[in-house]
Design a protein around this ligand. Structure first.
Ligand code: DGP
Length: 114
């Protein structure tokens, strides 16, 4: 989608610190990190919110989670722990309408989140 900032990162029209890239998935550092490690893992297919996820895209979301696990290991946060999560729509604080899995680590987090 032309006006989607994450599609522009996928298409290399906007630069980002990319840490993972394959035919279906790309991951890059969050521009406004909330933890020492804060990476966004996104599908290359434009899906605005989790509400728009189709049953046939289940495997794609599974791949995002697999990539988050690999990146957690690469960032050496897998043993201490990390958090992954999708924000969906305004009450969850979603600001970019292209689904993205947040990978956060490098510090302890409270629960429940604010
Ligand atoms: P969310 O609130 O769940 O929609 O998270 C969107 C995240 O995207 C937020 O943590 C900041 C990040 N972000 C927004 N624009 C850009 C950008 O242009 N580049 C990068 N690297 N991250 C961005």
């Amino acid at each position: 989608m032309e006006d989607c900032i994450f599609c522009q990162i996928i298409n290399k029209k906007i630069s980002a610190e990319i840490v993972y890239d394959n035919d279906r998935v790309i991951a890059f550092k969050d521009v406004n990190p909330q933890a020492p490690v804060h990476i966004l893992i996104i599908p290359k297919t434009h899906i605005p919110t989790l509400n728009d996820l189709l049953p046939e895209q289940t495997e794609l979301v599974g791949e995002l989670i697999q990539v988050s696990k690999e990146l957690a290991k690469a960032e050496c946060i897998d043993q201490n722990g990390y958090r992954v999560g999708f924000n969906c729509n305004k009450d969850a604080g979603q600001t970019v309408y292209h689904i993205h899995l947040h990978l956060l680590g490098g510090r302890a987090f409270s629960w429940p989140p604010g």
